[in-house]
Design a protein around this ligand. Structure first.
Ligand code: PLP
Length: 426
């Protein structure tokens, strides 16, 4: 098949007729397919069911240091959980606070605290005329939802294959003291699966923000979420790099075990400098007497240590990898030669980022929906839900079964072809 742009009008019309018949056929199938959210599949959840056994019966819930996990207390998390999560986050246990069941919740709290209390003694953001955040795009819709909720102005920064456009980031943060943060998913980013290069991480650590309360929101959600054993991305550790650069307080690092154990029932944590941790704890001790220590202990007893966790992640990878490969194969086979789209081919994480011809993404998602395939809403990967080129679609391969996924990709690529032909003919 030759590129659509090289086809005559007659050829395109004939092709459209053929593809429309295939689409009609799909519409009779009453399909219910969903590639919209990055949720682990049931099969993945099943591999963590052993966690339900480790604390069953009349088991002793005492920590090594004598803490009784059934009772109140221990604001920053039990020692064993700090060690486990610290290893996962590649920092020393002294630099982390264990939270509750969601890292997104920690990010929300972090922005909320900065709004009402300020950051390490600076003016609370709610008292300022303007507060802005940089948002690498395409990015994670729920990050953008937090900043939008608090009325923070979002400035899009394009992603490159090495991470955000650092020339732009450096210039903006140095020149505008109303810019208080940047959302980052540095490893296997949502939605592109891009990992920041060493140079990008080094430049982040050496930013010279005009605002002294500027922080990098380093959401390392996919830190151990590799698809392959032999081909993995590794990042320079940002806290250590900031320290080396004399910028110790510049970053908050977030992570959770949501996609290691159970989303919504995992453990979340923040890692930051001692100054930041003191600032955070001032608020945290008002907010709670302590998070769920029983769940912390459950995770520690189940995984044992980081090696147990890494081994567990291999089981996740064995389930997810064929799904990513099925999506990539379908894209290559069906669209590879047509010059109407491009996509990423990640080595980890939960998403593939797909770009259609400009002005087609909304129509593709709508066309999929009309045949029973739910995709993430077009525009969701941009601040305010507005993709200026209307071209980006996030593909989440993890939840459907492999057979559903193959069917879903048949339908998706068909919709891409049909919408692209309409666009070219228009
Ligand atoms: N951060 C990123 C980049 C994500 O993709 C997700 C979920 O998809 C989350 C955070 C949510 O994390 P949690 O379950 O810890 O709130």
């Amino acid at each position: 098949m030759k590129p659509y742009m090289e086809m005559t009008k007659e050829e395109l019309l004939a092709l459209k007729k053929e593809l429309s018949a295939q689409y009609k056929e799909f519409q009779t199938k009453d399909l219910r397919l969903d590639m919209s959210r990055g949720k682990p599949s049931t099969e993945q959840l099943d591999i963590s069911m052993g966690m339900m056994d480790v604390l069953s019966g009349n088991v002793d819930l005492t920590c090594d240091d004598g803490t009784d996990c059934r009772n109140y207390g221990v604001l920053d998390g039990i020692k064993e959980a700090k060690e486990l999560l610290a290893d996962m986050m590649e920092v020393a246990p002294d630099y982390i606070l264990i939270y509750g069941n969601s890292s997104l919740n920690v990010m929300y709290d972090t922005v909320s605290r900065s709004m009402t209390q300020g950051v390490m003694g600076s003016t609370p953001w709610c008292k300022l005329d303007k507060v802005k955040f940089l948002c690498p795009v395409p990015g994670y819709d729920r990050h953008f939802a937090i900043t939008e909720y608090f009325g923070i102005e979002m400035i899009s920064v394009p992603m490159t294959p090495d991470g955000p456009d650092m020339d732009m980031v450096e210039e903006l943060v140095a020149s505008d003291d109303s810019i208080k943060g940047i959302w980052c998913v540095p490893k296997y980013s949502n939605p592109q699966g891009i990992s920041y290069s060493d140079e990008t991480v080094r430049r982040f650590a050496r930013l010279k923000p005009a605002a002294k309360d500027f922080r990098i929101y380093w959401d390392n959600a996919y830190t151990i979420h590799h698809l392959y054993d032999h081909d993995q991305d590794h990042l320079i550790e940002i806290l250590a790099e900031c320290k080396r650069a004399g910028n110790t307080d510049l970053v908050y690092k977030f992570a959770s075990t949501s996609k290691v154990s159970f989303p919504g029932s995992g453990i979340a944590a923040i890692a930051a400098s001692q100054n930041n941790l003191v600032d955070i704890k001032r608020q945290l001790k008002i907010q709670t007497i302590g998070h769920d220590k029983v769940n912390q202990l459950r995770h520690v007893r189940y995984f044992g240590d980081i090696h147990g966790m890494i081994e567990h992640m291999r089981k996740h990878a064995d389930i997810i990898r064929p799904k990513f490969e099925a999506v990539i194969n379908a894209l290559e086979q069906e669209l590879g030669e047509l010059s109407i789209a491009d996509w990423t081919n990640p080595k980890g994480g939960y998403f593939i980022s797909f770009n259609s011809l400009n002005g087609c993404a909304k129509a593709i998602v709508t066309k999929c929906k009309k045949s029973g395939l739910i995709m993430t809403g077009a525009g969701a990967t941009y601040p305010y839900g507005k993709d200026p080129n209307d071209c980006n679609i996030r593909i989440a391969p993890s939840y459907p079964t492999l057979s559903d996924l193959v069917l879903a990709m048949e339908l998706f690529t068909l919709c891409v072809k049909l919408v692209s032909i309409d666009k070219i003919l228009a």
